[in-house]
Write a protein that binds this ligand. Structure first.
Ligand code: COA
Length: 442
């Protein structure tokens, strides 16, 4: 047995033994998305039975259905902070054991939001299997995992041979791990995205904005996947993105992305985390053409801006006549998070020839009090009262719906309202025009 294997053996624990490393008052950070250690998180509520109190846990887009989130009775043992909601956090949002933390992804670690009051940090993450040199990889993401290890945090990981081995800031040596728990469940995945005709139309409009040789970022949500499909006819695209997706694999395999004209990390795609289907995970496994870099670097608007012709493509829930985007909340009710939306849009504007694009359907089907779906315009005169603005009006170059493209950069408020109404759903245009006149915009 070589020394790496000996170290591995010495760090191996049962789930129960690993949980014993967590003490009262610890500040716990969970890896996010596909990198979540599902079995550890599934048993985290048992800390309460062990007499542990006063811990906090920070998560981002939790994938599992965890007792410690859904059950407020664990509040005194473990308070849940989240900076990006998924379905489970939305359900638990009004409970007394949860709270939302606003932040940009690239500052999530830099601003030390975690290390409060000198409390001990504990990282819970998952890793691919160890290689012959003693290295494991954080696999599907390194938003801040690597940086947290470097603070000297207590590191507890699940080792799952089903996770792809990835390169970049994902690597961790077995000597840096305090406890590892072997697991073998299938990796958390998203279903293969399906596109509607509306998606294809939006994708085609965006394809007109993306010149050959551009470097792209695609955000989270249904539309960005359709955009990827529409970009397959392009040449020499590059990828510098927070989230790496199935659509990007298609672009690489179609030859549209070759990273040959990138001005940063030429010949490699750069990402911070990946989420998608097993096909995506198979593509990433042992693939050095995708570099996973920490979020504080990948999403730093200064870094993003070093790519020439950087195009950020994100989506939103509501946009007002001024171009303000409410992308993470419906009124004041948190839906997701800012994530990297501002990071990437501002970064694209720092880039020579860069563009910040917001794509959305012109309408949404919103449930009323009786549970019936009502169609509303996503382009509104004003955002709903109490709305959270994720992207300021200064940071949007183009808004795209299935009815066309509104170019807002350098345009007055009057011109913005006029252009946005032109791409609103025809059923709402008359009412929107009247509202714009009332607001003295037209
Ligand atoms: N008013 C009221 N409700 C609205 C609405 C509006 N204007 N627009 C959408 N909704 C509702 C929808 O009806 C839907 O409700 P449902 O779950 O009951 O069906 C819900 O909001 C989600 O809308 P949808 O359009 O399906 O969202 P999505 O999954 O495509 O995600 C965002 C869109 C904007 C939430 C997502 O892109 C996001 O979180 N963005 C912020 C972070 C980001 O962009 N990061 C970028 C780097 S990865």
């Amino acid at each position: 047995m070589n020394s790496a294997q000996e170290l591995y053996k010495s760090r191996k624990r049962t789930l129960d033994q690993a949980l014993e490393l967590i003490q009262s008052n610890d500040f716990i950070i969970s890896a996010l998305g596909g990198g979540e250690p599902l079995e550890i998180l599934g048993q985290l509520h048992t800390l309460a039975d062990r007499g542990v109190t006063g811990c906090d846990i920070t998560n981002c887009l939790p994938m599992g259905d965890y007792e410690h989130i859904k059950n407020p009775q664990y509040k005194d043992a473990l308070f849940v902070n989240s900076w990006f909601y998924g379905a489970q956090m939305r359900r638990a949002a009004t409970q007394e054991n949860t709270a939302f933390v606003p932040q940009h992804l690239h500052l999530a670690f830099k601003k030390r939001n975690f290390a409060r009051d000198g409390r001990r940090l504990v990282l819970l993450a998952s890793c691919s299997a160890m290689d012959e040199h003693g290295y494991l990889s954080f696999s599907l993401g390194t938003t801040y995992e690597r940086e947290i290890v470097d603070t000297g945090a207590v590191v507890i990981v699940e080792v799952n041979p089903n996770l792809p081995r990835t390169f970049g800031d994902t690597l961790i040596h077995v000597s840096e791990i305090d406890a590892l728990v072997e697991v073998k469940y299938p990796v958390a995945s998203l279903p293969e995205p399906e596109f509607s005709d509306k998606d294809s139309v939006i994708g085609a409009y965006i394809a007109e904005l993306v010149e050959d040789g551009s470097t792209i970022q695609l955000g989270i949500g249904g539309i960005p996947n359709a955009v990827a499909a529409a970009l397959r006819c392009k040449k020499n695209l590059g990828i510098h993105t927070e989230m790496f997706t199935d659509g990007m694999v298609d672009l690489i395999q179609a030859g549209a992305v070759d990273n040959s004209r990138k001005t940063l990390y030429r010949h490699q795609s750069v990402a911070t985390f990946a989420l998608g289907t097993q096909r995506l995970y198979d593509f990433l496994d042992n693939n050095p053409s995708v570099m996973f870099k920490k979020g504080s670097w990948t999403n730093d608007p200064y870094v993003i801006g070093q790519n020439h012709k950087m195009v950020s493509i994100n989506t939103t829930l509501e946009v007002d006549f001024f171009g303000q985007c409410a992308s993470e909340a419906i009124g004041p009710v948190q839906f997701s998070g800012t994530g990297g939306q501002t990071d990437t849009a501002v970064g694209a504007q720092n880039s020579e020839g860069g563009k910040s694009v917001i794509a959305l359907y012109s309408t949404a089907g919103v449930k009323d009090k009786n549970g019936e779906r009502q169609t509303v315009s996503k382009i509104s005169p004003l955002l709903k009262p109490g709305s959270i603005v994720s992207l300021s009006r200064n940071d949007v170059d183009y808004v795209v719906t299935e009815y066309g493209v509104a170019s807002l950069r350098g345009r007055s408020l009057k011109e913005r309202a006029e252009r946005l109404i032109t791409i609103a759903h025809p059923d709402f245009r008359r009412e929107l025009l009247l509202q714009a006149q009332k607001m003295m915009l037209l």
